[in-house]
Write a protein that binds this ligand. Structure first.
Ligand code: DX5
Ligand code: ZN
Length: 220
């Protein structure tokens, strides 16, 4: 079985020591850094904006995997790109023209991701898949860390893996929400190659980050 990339969600980090936390997960073996951006409008929680992304940028060279849960989204793409995002992922429900949003992200020289909520069907990707770099399957309803994995999403991951393979392009399939050592295996079996993990990475504090990340990768 292939080893997934791990993208720890800093939503579960200590926000008072965010720079240190990013350095710690980098040293602990994180492949990407998952940044959850919430606006209290598209989702019922408010987190961080481009200023914080910019402040964190010097703390790691790992890719910033920026997950925008904001509406409207287009007006903020430039700010996140300038702040140091490498991958910018948005929800198609967050704006009227998903394809235009993909084009705008690519025009900024960034990788474009599309995120599907638990109730959003894989079919949503039909006319986007040829232009994107990543699909993010939400295995919880977006807004909060620490929720339980919704198993119906495994079928969706399998379906999207088939769609991706059909394109012949190198498109990442990432899963976000309730990923722990048990659900990680199910996600990888279903075809995921990147796992977001907030609670499962940060549990136990900094001394445990390396072992936590290693456990998520060691799922054969
Ligand atoms: C939820 C966020 C997730 C969340 C994952 O809206 O997109 O990235 O932080 O947290 P865990 O891994 O704790 O479910
Ligand atoms: Zn996320």
């Amino acid at each position: 079985m292939s080893v997934p990339l791990i993208s720890p969600s800093i939503l579960s980090a200590d926000f008072a020591r965010l720079g240190e936390e990013v350095r710690a997960i980098d040293a602990a073996g994180a492949d990407w850094i998952h940044v959850d951006v919430m606006d209290g409008h598209f989702v019922p929680n408010i987190t961080i904006g481009p200023m914080v992304v910019k402040a964190l940028r010097p703390h790691t060279a790992k890719p910033f995997d920026v997950h925008l849960m904001i509406s409207p989204v287009d007006a903020y793409l430039e700010a996140f790109a300038a702040a140091g995002a490498d991958i910018i992922t948005f929800h198609p429900e967050a704006g009227p023209h998903a394809h235009r949003t993909v084009q705008a992200i690519k025009a900024l020289g960034k990788k474009a991701g599309v995120s599907l909520n638990p109730a959003t069907p894989a079919k949503m990707l039909d006319y986007l898949i040829d232009d994107i770099d990543l699909v993010l399957v939400m295995s919880v309803n977006p807004g909060f860390g620490g929720q339980s994995f919704i198993s119906s999403q495994l079928r969706k991951i399998e379906a999207i893996r088939k769609m991706i393979d059909k394109t012949g392009r190198d498109i990442h399939l990432e899963v976000d929400g309730g990923v722990d050592v048990n659900t990680a295996r199910l996600c990888v079996d279903a075809g995921a190659d990147v796992l977001v993990a907030g609670t499962a990475t940060f549990k136990g504090g900094p001394d445990h980050y390396a072992a936590n990340i290693a456990a998520l990768k060691r799922i054969d």
